[in-house]
Design a protein around this ligand. Sequence first.
Ligand SMILES: C[S@@+](CC[C@H](N)C(=O)[O-])C[C@H]1O[C@@H](n2cnc3c(N)ncnc32)[C@H](O)[C@@H]1O
Length: 261
Amino acid sequence: MTGQDWVPPIVDTSAPSGARTYDYLLGGSHNFAADRAMADQVESAVPGIRAAARINRAFLARAVRFMIGQGVRQFLDVGSGIQHGDPACRVVYVDRDPIAVAHSELMLTGNENAAVVEADMREPESILDHPTTRRLLNFDEPVGLLFLLVLHWIPDDAGPAALVARYRAALSPASHLAITHMTDDLQTDKITAVADVVGRSRGAGQVFPRTRTEIADLFGDFAVLPPGLVPTGAWRPGGIGDIAEDPEMNELSFAGVARKP
Ligand SMILES: C[S@@+](CC[C@H](N)C(=O)[O-])C[C@H]1O[C@@H](n2cnc3c(N)ncnc32)[C@H](O)[C@@H]1O
């Protein structure tokens, strides 16, 4: 480890990462100059985009509370990013970003109910069959599966719907699936500008925004619960921080929660 004990030595901090750029947009401190430079470019392209990141985190909190209300007591959070809070239920966080994983490990030290797995979501079995996952989650009981702002990193030719189907198949009835996903349906110019900045960056990869119909397909045969697949700020908003002041910032992604029959 370096002087900052959340930075594994293998990490190239000179190239931006999606996890750390998002952390910076959320006001976090687990990021480097390259991440901040990319975030600044994204913000120049789409002023106010920090609000979109914040309402995604607010959706996360609402979706988890909602699922707990439906009886879910265990969660699999895929592409969990850099943690900003303490879990109260049994939770397995998954990320491929070594900094997100190292920081989550620090945050979860001493927590018997939660752990982080470093894995790539494109290999579902490496996550679903991981000893840590099997130790914490009981797949005979409902699981809350979260894919928040992560599936747009999967290109069409890698089959995102088939990929999510492999996770859905592992869950018992009454399990829930929450998804937020960047969309180019509503604020097309803004999302195209974000995708261009990310695509031009060194190391951050590429994002693939999708239409509402394509995002709806990711839920498969799960029943999408009211209010349906809606702009993220419009999913059961309960308070002032749930909706961005600039209405356009509520419309960069769709959000939905569905239940396995
Ligand atoms: C924008 S952040 C979202 C974090 C969190 N889910 C949220 O909504 O606040 C996307 C996260 O997905 C992770 N990620 C991207 N592609 C991944 C993959 N193939 N496997 C696992 N994690 C991935 C990134 O490292 C990053 O931490």
